[in-house]
Structures are given as structure tokens and as C-alpha cells.
Design a protein around this ligand. Structure first.
Ligand code: HAM
Length: 417
């Protein structure tokens, strides 16, 4: 019986894996320049954590969590993390870091959601993310967005990504808006699906997220969030926009960005591309001021994002942005004694940061063919005559030139090339 990988899971091999780590490295370097410390957290957390953080009506909690039942009555069920923010906030409280604010974190790792797999939507996917905690200024919201934007720029994909920005307002504005939505949708009960009726009771904002064809008309005419912002919310939103303009970060306002998770308020945003069809959101995030308190910590604010690494990789591939792998220096030795000497030279080159490959088998002709096939720029050739004189040949494979070097000078010489 042939065993295959699970549906919605990916094998990333060689170039695909290089691109994946290049993207993560790009986020990491950008995050370090914004002062983020790395945080490495468990892949599993208690199911309580996500139920509390993400909201009872979120898609993740209602149908997408990979739950592993606990083996003991005394312990909560375990969940493969569906996202990173909840774990960061849990760790922040549990490790007593609330006294050390502002605190900025960077993380990366796999997440798991039991979704219907398709291009750009997987059951295991990686996120690189940042969370800024204890940052009570719209500057922080703008910085988080600017950080994501720098990643897009560094990867050379910014021309095909649009930042869509919205504000969900503060608690007071949201409560007012919520009441307006409840009375509006209650008067259109007959047009709501069963799912929306449940949302109407638990979280009416999420009705706006509905993709149901039959509901689009009433959603279009629903009250608009911007009409319910109080003064603080209005000023906050405007200030985020001013900071973004000052940092030259382009954005458009899209009042539909309500996000699928419950913890957001004020700023919410998505980075969207048209190149990936329906799974075009490559990064999403926002502000979540009540979350730390809700999980039993102090009243500490937060804002952050999660970047979908596989989606960004798909976009890079669509735009032909690949990671250049350096070509090797190939070492060709003929005869047992020369092979032994070549092994030590190869090892020394590698230790000095030069990608070197000693070819394992074949005669001179076969080895030269192999070197060309590997795309090598240089071949070092060690035959009996050279070896006797402590020399080695260096051949430039593009130019068909060759020179003779002292074996002891090889590393130094190649470093200068
Ligand atoms: P999210 O919007 O659920 O937010 O996910 C962030 C990003 O992860 C998405 O924009 C998308 O690129 C990627 N993603 C999500 N689900 C999948 C999937 N099934 N397959 C492939 N990629 C996927 C969060 O997770 C929040 N924790 C972000 C955040 C951080 N907000 C504040 N801080």
C-alpha cells in the first residue's frame, strides 16, 4: 500500500523550501529592525485558550480546530495552534512580562486549520508574525503595517500587493454599531441564513463577513461602521493614516475588512493580491486592546500581524521571484591519493564559507559533464602531476581559461573571486 501525505499538507523540497525560508528570513530581519525579540512557543495549546481568544462564532473555533482529546480528565483538550496571537498573549501573561512594556515580539511556525484545501489554503500553513504589546499609540499600528510593507518591498512583490485598511472603532463605538446592526438585521430576519441568525445573537459584525449570495443585498445596505465612530475612534483612525502617509506606506480604506477573529478593535488590515484568486490575502492583522485583560492579564494593549508564508511564496513564484542558489565550486580529483587530498581541500573551502562539491564518481570526462550540469562556475582539478608539485588547476567553466595555483593558496584565491 502506498502511503501519501494528508490532504491539505505540503512537502516543500529544495527550491520551494529555500523560498519559504527566504521569506521567513526577510520577515525576521525586518522585525529585528523594528525592535522585535524572537519568541518560540509550543505548537499545541489548551483548547480553552483559543475558545476564549478567537470567539465562539469564529470559523476557527466552530469548525477548523485540530483537537486532540486529553488522556486525563484533569487536563483540557489540546489543540494544534490555528494562529499565533493567542499563544503570544498567553506566554506574555504567564511569564510575567506585562511589567516590561512596551514589548515587541516576532515569531514563526506552522499553524493548523481544518479547512477545505485549495490553492493557497492548506491545513498546515506557516505564519511569520509580530505582536507589539503595551503600545498605546496609533504610531504602533502604523509601524506594524509599515513592517509588513517593508517585507513586501524587500521581496520585490509590493507592486502586486494592496494594503486594505479599516477601523473597527473602540469598545464604545463597536457597541453602538453592534446595536445598530442588531436592529437592522432583526428587521430582515427572513433573509438571513441559519448561520447569520446565530451570529446575530453572538457577534452581528460577523454577518458582514458572509459570502452567501442571498445575503449580499441586505449586507450592502447595512449601517456603516464609520457612522458610529466616537471622537477617540475617529482620531485614532486618522492618526494611523497620517503616520502611514508620513512613512510612505500606500493603502486604501476598505470598510469590509472586519476580520474573522473576535479580538480586534480600532485598526484592522489585510494585504491583498489579485494574483492568487480567492486566497489573495497574504497578510492580516490589527489591534486587539482587550485581549490581554480578557485572558487574565493586566489591561495591556496590542497590535500585530500574521503573514501567510505559503501564499507569499505563491505570489513570489507567480512573479518569477526565485531565490538564487549559489553555484558550487566543483573539485575533480583523479586517483585515490588525489581524492584524499581533494577531500581535505573541499572541507577547508566549506569551512571558509565557499559552497564546494567534490564529485563522487566517474572519469575525468564524466566529472566535467557533471560540473557543467550542476551549473558550477569553477572547477578545481587535481591529477597526479599537479599533486606531486603541490599544485591544483583552477578552471573557469564559462571562459575555458585555467590557471595553476599552489594548493595552500586555493582558499584565499577563491575568496577573492
Ligand atoms: P488570519 O487572517 O487568520 O490572522 O491569518 C493571517 C494570514 O495567514 C492570512 O492572511 C493568510 O495569509 C494566512 N492563512 C490563514 N489561513 C491559511 C490557510 N488555511 N492556508 C494558508 N494560509 C493561511 C491571524 O491568524 C492573526 N493571528 C493575525 C494577527 C496577528 N492579528 C494580530 N496579530
Amino acid at each position: 500500500m502506498k502511503v501519501q501525505k494528508l490532504r491539505g499538507f505540503l512537502d516543500l523540497i529544495a527550491d520551494e523550501a529555500s523560498l519559504h525560508s527566504h521569506i521567513r528570513q526577510t520577515v525576521k530581519e525586518a522585525a529585528q529592525n523594528f525592535g522585535c525579540a524572537e519568541i518560540i512557543l509550543p505548537v499545541m495549546e489548551s483548547s480553552k485558550l483559543f475558545k476564549r481568544c478567537l470567539g465562539d462564532t469564529s470559523d476557527i473555533v466552530t469548525k477548523e480546530m485540530f483537537v486532540i482529546p486529553s488522556k486525563s480528565d484533569k487536563e483540557d483538550d489540546m489543540v494544534l495552534r490555528p494562529e499565533g496571537t493567542a499563544g503570544v498573549v498567553r506566554a506574555f501573561i504567564e511569564n510575567g512580562l506585562t511589567k516590561n512594556i512596551p514589548a515587541k515580539f516576532y515569531y514563526e511556525g506552522p499553524n493548523f486549520r481544518y479547512e477545505r484545501p485549495q490553492k493557497g489554503r492548506y491545513r498546515q500553513f506557516w505564519q511569520s508574525g509580530v505582536e507589539f504589546l503595551g503600545v498605546d499609540s496609533p504610531l504602533a499600528d502604523a509601524e506594524v503595517i509599515a513592517l509588513g510593507w517593508q517585507v513586501m518591498q524587500k521581496l520585490g512583490i509590493d507592486e502586486h500587493v494592496q494594503i486594505q485598511l479599516n477601523s473597527l472603532g473602540d469598545e464604545e463605538s463597536r457597541n453602538n454599531y453592534r446595536s445598530a446592526l442588531v436592529s437592522y438585521f432583526s428587521s430582515h430576519m427572513d433573509k438571513l441564513t441559519e448561520v447569520s441568525k446565530v451570529r446575530l445573537e453572538k457577534n452581528p459584525l460577523r454577518i458582514l463577513d458572509s459570502k452567501e449570495e442571498g445575503e449580499q443585498e441586505i449586507i450592502k445596505n447595512a449601517p456603516k461602521m464609520q457612522d458610529y465612530y466616537n471622537k477617540t475612534s475617529k482620531e485614532w483612525f486618522l492618526s494611523v493614516q497620517n503616520y502611514l502617509n508620513s512613512m510612505n506606506v500606500p493603502f486604501v480604506i476598505n470598510s469590509q475588512i472586519v476580520r474573522g477573529l473576535d479580538y480586534y478593535n480600532h485598526t484592522s488590515f489585510e494585504f491583498v493580491t489579485e494574483k492568487l484568486g480567492s486566497q489573495g490575502t497574504v497578510l492580516g492583522g490589527g489591534r486587539y486592546d482587550g485581549l490581554v485583560k480578557m485572558l487574565g492579564g493586566a489591561d495591556v494593549s496590542g497590535v500585530g500581524f500574521g503573514a501567510g508564508i505559503e501564499r507569499i511564496a505563491l505570489l513570489c513564484e507567480a512573479l518569477n521571484k526565485h531565490v538564487d542558489t549559489k553555484p558550487p565550486v566543483v573539485i575533480i580529483a583523479i586517483g585515490e591519493e588525489c581524492e584524499l587530498k581533494a577531500a581535505s581541500i573541499t572541507s577547508e573551502l566549506r569551512y571558509n564559507g565557499i559552497y564546494a562539491e567534490q564529485l563522487y564518481s566517474g572519469n575525468m570526462k564524466k566529472k566535467m559533464q557533471r560540473a557543467n550540469k550542476m551549473g558550477a562556475k569553477y572547477a578545481l582539478i587535481l591529477g597526479d602531476d599537479e599533486y606531486k608539485n603541490n599544485k591544483i588547476l583552477l578552471k573557469d567553466l564559462d571562459e575555458t581559461q585555467q590557471i595553476e595555483l599552489n594548493i595552500g593558496d586555493v582558499v584565499q584565491h577563491l575568496k577573492t573571486l
